[in-house]
Design a protein around this ligand. Sequence first.
Ligand SMILES: N[C@@H](CCC(=O)N[C@@H](CS)C(=O)NCC(=O)O)C(=O)O
Length: 204
Amino acid sequence: MALKIYGIPRSRAFRTLWMAKELGLEYENIPIDTQGGSRAPDFLKINPNGHIPAIDDDGFVLCESMAINLYLAKKHARGSLYPIRFEDEALTWQWSFWGMTEIERPLLTALFHRALLPEDKRDAKLADENEHQLGRPLMVLDAAVANTPYLLGEHFTVADLNVAGVLSWARPARIDLGHVPKMADWLKRCAERPAARAARELQR
Ligand SMILES: N[C@@H](CCC(=O)N[C@@H](CS)C(=O)NCC(=O)O)C(=O)O
């Protein structure tokens, strides 16, 4: 049975769809939306949290975008997208948790208040404050990719995908990346991968 990926591509399910494309997996995308779909009784049986993405991998159900990507990469791509060395695996977790805890919320707040909310509901000051909060973490990321093309070194891994997946909101949120040029180059390298492009196509 093909992997089922629940969630419309214009959501955090984008991260999982990008991973599925990197891995060349056969999958079925079930377009659960955020306008009620994720709270419908049938979907709550899949993810009682009422959030997308979630997957059903031959009966194994999992939610949380970062966990899903770590699972899929470890299952299908140990030694390439998923590292083998314990230390590299730990760094992969570090960067994935970092993406969720250090940058996701301020980035999403800026995105909502600059692009997603109806204009009369946007708070420009709040958006600016949240962009300001991103200053330090983005400098940390800039330093991490100053001397190597990817977070773990020479090769793109799930660590890059998970962090770049979150940072795919930077452009629509109009985050100024001028002070973090190495990070901006890294983000471009990640975003230009064929699998990332293919996943973005699904958002059109
Ligand atoms: N930490 C979760 C967050 C999931 C999440 O909040 N997804 C949003 C869409 S991007 C959602 O399901 N919103 C609809 C709702 O909460 O009803 C993850 O990374 O998977």
